[in-house]
Design a binder for this molecule. Structure first.
Ligand SMILES: [Zn+2]
Ligand SMILES: [Zn+2]
Length: 290
C-alpha cells in the first residue's frame, strides 16, 4: 500500500477545510457582526486560492442542529465561472439557506436552545475528515490537508466523545487542526485539538482585524510553518467530560478496560460492561488531590 504522503505534490499545495460557526445564538450577541465576519472569511479564502493555483478550499458551516458543505473551490472552478464575485455571492446565499434550514431543524428538535447553545462541531469535524479521506484516496497527487475551525459559541460537553474521536482520527491521518476563537471564551476542545494534532490555536484580541490574523497565521502552508514564529498556546485545558452526565470534570473515575470517564464510581462500566469488584475511595473525601 502506498502511504498517503508519497502522493504529495513537491510544491507546497494545501487543501484547507474551514469550519465556520453559524450559531445564531452566538452571533446575535457577538461584538463582530456575522456579515463583517463573513467578509473577512471571503477575503481569506480568496487569499488562499491566490497563493497557489492548485490550492483547494472547502468551507463547512456548523449550526446548532446540523452542518453542511457551503463552498468547495473545486466545484467553483469546474463550473467554469471566472467571476469571483459571483462565486462568493453564491456561497453567501448557501450560508443564508443553511442558517434558515438549521433554525427550522432546531425549532423542530424540540430542544430549547438558549444563549449558551453549542454548535455541532463534532459533525463538522467528521465531514471535514471524510472529505480529506476522499481526497487521499483519489487521483495520483493530492494537496497537504489541514482543518481550520472558526468557533464562537461555547463547547458542547455532550459532544466530547465524538470530538475526541475526530481529533485522534485527524492525528492519525496527520491532519493539523488550527483553531481561531472568535468568541469571548477559550475552547477546551479546540485547545486539545490543536495541541494533539500540531495545529495553531489563537484567540485574537481585536476581531475587527480578523483578516489580518487569518492571513498572517493561518494562511501559511505546513512547510513554511517550520520557518515562522507562529503563536504558541500558553495553556491547554485538558479537562474531560464524564460519559454519564456529559459534564466537564476535574477528577473522575476511568474504566481500566475501555478508558471511559465517569464522575461517580460505578460497579459496572456502562460503555463496555466490565465489572469492577474493588471498592474505590470517594473522590470528594480525598483532600489535596484536586
Ligand atoms: Zn457523570
Ligand atoms: Zn469500560
Amino acid at each position: 500500500m502506498t502511504s498517503a504522503h508519497s502522493k504529495l505534490y513537491s510544491d507546497d499545495v494545501s487543501l484547507v477545510v474551514v469550519i465556520v460557526d453559524t450559531n445564531p445564538f452566538f452571533w446575535a450577541g457577538a461584538a463582530l457582526p456575522f456579515a463583517d465576519f463573513f467578509g473577512h472569511l471571503i477575503h481569506f479564502v480568496n487569499s488562499l486560492l491566490l497563493l497557489n493555483h492548485l490550492n483547494q478550499v472547502v468551507v463547512i458551516a456548523a449550526g446548532v442542529s446540523s452542518c453542511a458543505y457551503v463552498f468547495d473551490s473545486g466545484n467553483a472552478a469546474a463550473s467554469g465561472s471566472p467571476d469571483v464575485a459571483a462565486t462568493f455571492a453564491k456561497a453567501s446565499r448557501k450560508v443564508e439557506e443553511f442558517v434558515k434550514q438549521d433554525a427550522r431543524d432546531t425549532a423542530g428538535n424540540g430542544t430549547v436552545a438558549g444563549g449558551g447553545a453549542a454548535s455541532l462541531f463534532s459533525g463538522a469535524l467528521s465531514l471535514a475528515l471524510c472529505y480529506i479521506q476522499r481526497v487521499f484516496r483519489s487521483g495520483t497527487r493530492h494537496p497537504q490537508p489541514r482543518i481550520l475551525c472558526l468557533q464562537g459559541s461555547p463547547d458542547g460537553p455532550e459532544q466530547y466523545v465524538a470530538v475526541m474521536n475526530s481529533i485522534f482520527s485527524a492525528q492519525r491521518s496527520m491532519v493539523p487542526i488550527d483553531s481561531c476563537i472568535v468568541g469571548t471564551q477559550d475552547s477546551a476542545f479546540l485547545q486539545q485539538a490543536s495541541y494533539i494534532t500540531g495545529g495553531v490555536y489563537l484567540k485574537p484580541q481585536e476581531l475587527s482585524g480578523l483578516f489580518q490574523y487569518l492571513a498572517a497565521v493561518f494562511a501559511s502552508d505546513l512547510h513554511s510553518r517550520a520557518f515562522l514564529r507562529l503563536p504558541k498556546t500558553l495553556g491547554v485545558d485538558f479537562r474531560a467530560s464524564c460519559f454519564c452526565h456529559k459534564k466537564t470534570i476535574d477528577m473522575g473515575y476511568v474504566c481500566s478496560v475501555c478508558l471511559s470517564i465517569f464522575c461517580k464510581y460505578h460497579k459496572k462500566c456502562s460503555t463496555c460492561g466490565s465489572e469492577f469488584s474493588r471498592v474505590m475511595p470517594d473522590l470528594n473525601s480525598m483532600p489535596d488531590q484536586k
